[in-house]
Design a protein around this ligand. Structure first.
Ligand SMILES: *Cc1c(COP(=O)(O)O)cnc(C)c1O
Length: 435
């Protein structure tokens, strides 16, 4: 069964974020089913999903509550266009999102994946200034940031591996330095630089976009909430929108429901996706303020409207998965339980600090990272950890030399032990192989 799927796959599929030739060396892993934190292959092997299937899963695979809600929806209304028409799941979800996000965010625009949400926010911000009679053709983001792969999202990101090839195609953006670590002094230093950039480009920048507290694809780089608070204040002073890309950090990952809460700020846009549907279906949401919404409101002939759409905008199945996910947050003290789990993870992380091929260990909420020292990128030590993990029943997918843990919140202490012991042994094995 396995070899048949792999053969047919390689004949017909082109996989995301993959050098396909790698599969001459590393086999694909066909997954037959999944339950809780486990993925199961066709040979009876199981793998702990330590990365929540690219950061989307919150409450385990085949979660009974979410599955049930989608089943109920699927025979009622699977989809209808959202222009001129509406449906209950979209309305209920928009209302719930407004309720749980910072006070000033009052309107919800749906799209169907994270990158699209970024595109929507960039266009809305630019268009807002346009409607106010200004042209602000620049966007500002942080060094080492990631906001997705479509052209606009790629333009404001700063991961060279994904971006460099497309440089001539990209829209104009500037990068401000990101605080170099989690200390308040690094936040302060980076804010000094931000102030200079905003001053130098006064009235040219539409918006600043950032990942609150944790830069995900940029290697789980973490910074202090003081930076967020300072960036909010500075951008406001220059009439520059602040876009909080909470696509990865949202829904409890950082320890609070949203990363912005730790700085007590309210951005002009908040972007949600990934965990939004509990890892079930593609959906994203752009939340914004009444002030921004009102700038688009007028007679049709004024040409102020935001004429942007995606075919599957606000899909009812995806909205019902999201509603079921939010119900779990309402019915259980997820954030409280996560605090206990994340302090257990913190305890287990200590041991990694003693390894001499480990450069840094960091954690925030339900995200932990161990950065290895990589003498030569050609060694692909991240890939070695990935393969070691698969042989030992754990799906780890390091970002270069950074091994990270971002498991579903339903993970038990025993499963945390397995996940982290396997990672430890992988690093230890690599250490010995370079001796
Ligand atoms: C994953 C991610 C995106 C892009 O979302 P996709 O659904 O993969 O397009 C954007 N921003 C951040 C912070 C992300 O982690």
């Amino acid at each position: 069964m396995n070899s048949h799927i792999i053969e047919e796959d390689l004949r017909y599929l082109w996989h995301p974020c993959t050098q396909m030739k790698d599969h001459e060396l590393f086999p694909l892993v066909p997954i037959k089913s999944a339950k809780g934190v486990y993925l199961y292959d066709f040979d009876g092997n199981s793998y702990i999903d330590a990365i929540s299937s690219w950061w989307v899963n919150l409450f385990g695979h085949a979660n009974p509550h979410i599955s049930q809600k989608i089943k109920e929806q699927i025979d009622t209304l699977e989809h209808v266009l959202l222009a001129g028409f509406t449906h209950e799941p979209a309305v209920l979800l928009a209302k719930s999102l407004v309720k749980i996000t910072p006070q000033a965010l009052q309107k919800v625009f749906f799209a169907d994946n994270g990158s699209s949400a970024v595109e929507v926010a960039l266009k809305m911000s630019y268009h807002f200034h346009h409607n106010k009679g200004e042209c602000r053709p620049l966007f500002l983001s942080l060094a080492n940031s990631y906001h997705g792969e479509t052209i606009g999202a790629l333009s404001v990101g700063d991961v060279k591996l994904y971006k460099d090839t497309y440089a001539p195609l990209l829209i104009r953006s500037l990068q401000a330095p990101v605080p170099k670590d989690q200390s308040p002094s690094s936040a302060k230093e980076a804010l000094g630089e931000l102030a200079k950039i905003l001053h130098r480009h006064d009235k040219e920048i539409s918006a600043m976009i950032l990942e609150p507290l944790i830069q995900g694809a940029g290697g789980m780089h973490m910074y202090h909430p003081d930076y967020l608070a300072g960036a909010r204040e500075l951008t406001q002073g220059y009439g520059v929108h602040l876009i909080a890309d909470e696509i990865m950090t949202g829904f409890g990952r950082t320890g609070t429901m949203f990363g912005c809460e730790q700085a007590g700020i309210s951005p002009d846009f908040m972007l949600l996706s990934k965990g939004l549907t509990g890892g079930y279906l593609p959906l994203s949401a752009v939340l914004t303020t009444d002030e921004i919404y009102d700038a688009f409101y007028g007679d049709y002939h004024e040409h102020k409207a935001f004429l942007h759409s995606h075919s599957y905008t606000g899909n009812p199945l995806a909205c019902s998965a999201a509603l079921a996910t939010l119900e779990i947050f309402e019915q259980q003290d997820i954030l409280g339980e996560n605090r206990i789990k994340s302090s257990y993870i913190a305890q287990k992380l200590e041991r990694f600090r003693t390894l001499d091929n480990v450069k840094e260990v960091r954690q925030l909420g339900m995200v932990a990272a161990v950065e290895m020292i990589e003498e030569n990128p050609k060694d692909r030590i991240g890939m070695q950890v990935y393969l070691y993990g698969l042989r030992h029943g754990v799906l780890l997918r390091p970002l270069g030399p950074v091994i990270y843990f971002m498991p579903p919140y339903t993970i038990t202490n025993d499963e945390i032990d397995t996940m982290m012991d396997v990672a430890y042994n992988a690093i230890e094995t690599i250490r010995r192989s370079f001796k």
